[in-house]
Design a protein around this ligand. Structure first.
Ligand SMILES: *Cc1c(COP(=O)(O)O)cnc(C)c1O
Length: 385
C-alpha cells in the first residue's frame, strides 16, 4: 500500500534517508515516527477510518519505512516483510506452477534452499547459471521463463553481474528481473535505475545495520505487480512488527555514512590480504584485481564491507583462521557495525552441501565493520600468522 514519498524526491540520498516518509507525528509533534504498537484501529463509523483497519494490513511505522525505502531505491512502491526470505516467498506467489525462474548460480544459501527444497515441490521450475556470462543467460531462457533472479554482489563469491545488460536480455524475452540488493544496500547501487523490475532486500543486513533485527523488503515500479503484492502481503501475512520497522528506519538514517566507513575499512583489509603470504586470492568488487571491477565501478557508487578470500592450505587452515580472530566474531549474517568472519562451506552455505554450488572449502567471508582500521588489521594479522 505504500507509495514513494514524492515530496522527498528533490533531496539527496542522505537527506531522504532521514526525512522521506518520516514527517513529525502530527498529533504530538514527535520528531521520530512512533512505534505504533497496536493490532487494530478504531473506526469513527462503519467504514470510516483513518487509512488503517488492522495491523497486518497496515501499520504507520511500517508505512514510514516503506516510503523511505521506495525513495532511496528510486522506486514507486515498497513493501516490508518479517524477513528477507518472507519477502522472497511472498514475491514468488506472483508466479504459477509451470513458470520458470532463471537464477544466478551464486545466491544466498537460504534463497537456493527456498527455491529447490520448498517451491520446486509446488510446480515452479528453477535453473541456475553463472550470470557473469550473459551468453549462458541467453541460452538458458525458455519460453516459460517469467523471472531472472540476480544477486550482485553475489554471496559468497562476490561476483558482479551487469544489471543493465541482464535486464535487456530478460525483457527481450518478457521476463522480469529480480535483483537481490542486500549486499550493495540502497546506498551502493540502485537496480531499478539500471533496468531491474523488483528489488529484494534482507533488511537484517546493511539497512538495519546493527545486527538487532530481522526484516525484508520488496521495492518496485510496476503498479499491477504492486497491487498483487500488496494483496499477497496481507493475504499471506508475513509482515514485520512495528518495533522492527522502527529499528530499520533508525538504521536507514546512518546508512550512507556507515557504508562509506565499511568501504574504507574493506579497502584497507583487501590491500593487506593481497600482500599476505598465507592468502591465495582476495575477492573485493572495489579493487581493480576483481574480474568484474569495471562493471562494479559503473553500476555501484559504494562497494561496502564484504570481502571473501581463499587461504592457502585448504579446509583445516580456513577453519583455524576463523576460530583465531578476536574482534572479527565468528558468526553468520553480515552488514552490522561489528566485524564478522565466517566459513561459508560449514555455515551460511552448508545448505548447498552435495550441490554443484558449494563454495570452495578454503573460502573465508568477512563482513568488515566500522571499528578502528588498525585494530581490524592487527586482528587478521595475528589470525593468519
Ligand atoms: C540474509 C540474506 C537473505 C535472507 O534474509 P533474511 O532476513 O535472513 O530472511 C537474502 N538474500 C541475501 C543476499 C542475504 O544476505
Amino acid at each position: 500500500m505504500t507509495i514513494r514519498d514524492e515530496a522527498a524526491d528533490q533531496y539527496g540520498f542522505e537527506t531522504r534517508a532521514i526525512h522521506a516518509g518520516q514527517a513529525p507525528e502530527p498529533t504530538t509533534g514527535s520528531i521520530q515516527v512512533p512505534i505504533f504498537q497496536t493490532s487494530t484501529y478504531v473506526q469513527d463509523a462503519l467504514g470510516q477510518h483513518k487509512g488503517y483497519e488492522y495491523a497486518r494490513t497496515g501499520n504507520p511505522t511500517r508505512t514510514a519505512l516503506e516510503a523511505a525505502l521506495a525513495s532511496l531505491e528510486g522506486g514507486n512502491f515498497a513493501l516490508c516483510f518479517a524477513s528477507g526470505l518472507a519477502a522472497e516467498t511472498t514475491l514468488l506467489y506472483l508466479f504459477k506452477p509451470g513458470d520458470h525462474i532463471l537464477c544466478a548460480d551464486d545466491v544466498y544459501g537460504g534463497t537456493y534452499r527456498l527455491f529447490v527444497r520448498v517451491l520446486a515441490d509446488y510446480g515452479l521450475k528453477f535453473d541456475f547459471v553463472d550470470m557473469t556470462d550473459l551468453a549462458l543467460v541467453e541460452a538458458a531462457i525458455k519460453p516459460e521463463t517469467k523471472a531472472v533472479w540476480v544477486e550482485t554482489p553475489s554471496n559468497p563469491l562476490l561476483k558482479i553481474v551487469d544489471i543493465a545488460a541482464l535486464s535487456q536480455i530478460a525483457h527481450a524475452h518478457g521476463a522480469r528481473v529480480v535483483a537481490d540488493n542486500t549486499f550493495a544496500s540502497p546506498y551502493g547501487q540502485q537496480p531499478l535505475n539500471l533496468g531491474a523490475d523488483i528489488i529484494v532486500h534482507s533488511m537484517t543486513k546493511y539497512i538495519g545495520g546493527h545486527s538487532d533485527l530481522v526484516g525484508g523488503a520488496l521495492i518496485l515500479n510496476d503498479a499491477d505487480d504492486h497491487e498483487r503484492l500488496t494483496f499477497l502481503q496481507n493475504a499471506i501475512g508475513a509482515v514485520p512488527g512495528p518495533l522492527d520497522c522502527w529499528l530499520a528506519l533508525r538504521g536507514l538514517k546512518t546508512l550512507a555514512i556507515r557504508m562509506r566507513a565499511h568501504e574504507q575499512n574493506a579497502m584497507a583489509i583487501t590491500n593487506f590480504l593481497l600482500e599476505h603470504p598465507a592468502v591465495e586470492q582476495v575477492i573485493y568488487p572495489g579493487h581493480p584485481s576483481h574480474p568484474q571491477y569495471e562493471i562494479a565501478r559503473r553500476q555501484m557508487c559504494c562497494f561496502g564491507g564484504m570481502i571473501s578470500f581463499l587461504v592457502k592450505g585448504g579446509l583445516e587452515q580456513a577453519q583455524r583462521v576463523v576460530e583465531k580472530t578476536k574482534l572479527f566474531a565468528l558468526a553468520e549474517s553480515l552488514g552490522g557495525v561489528e566485524s564478522l568472519i565466517e566459513h561459508p562451506t560449514s555455515m551460511t552455505h552448508a545448505s548447498l552441501a552435495g550441490s554443484a554450488y558449494l563454495p570452495p572449502a578454503n573460502l573465508i567471508r568477512l563482513s568488515v565493520g566500522i571499528e578502528s582500521q588498525q585494530d581490524l588489521l592487527a586482528d587478521l594479522a595475528q589470525a593468519l600468522a
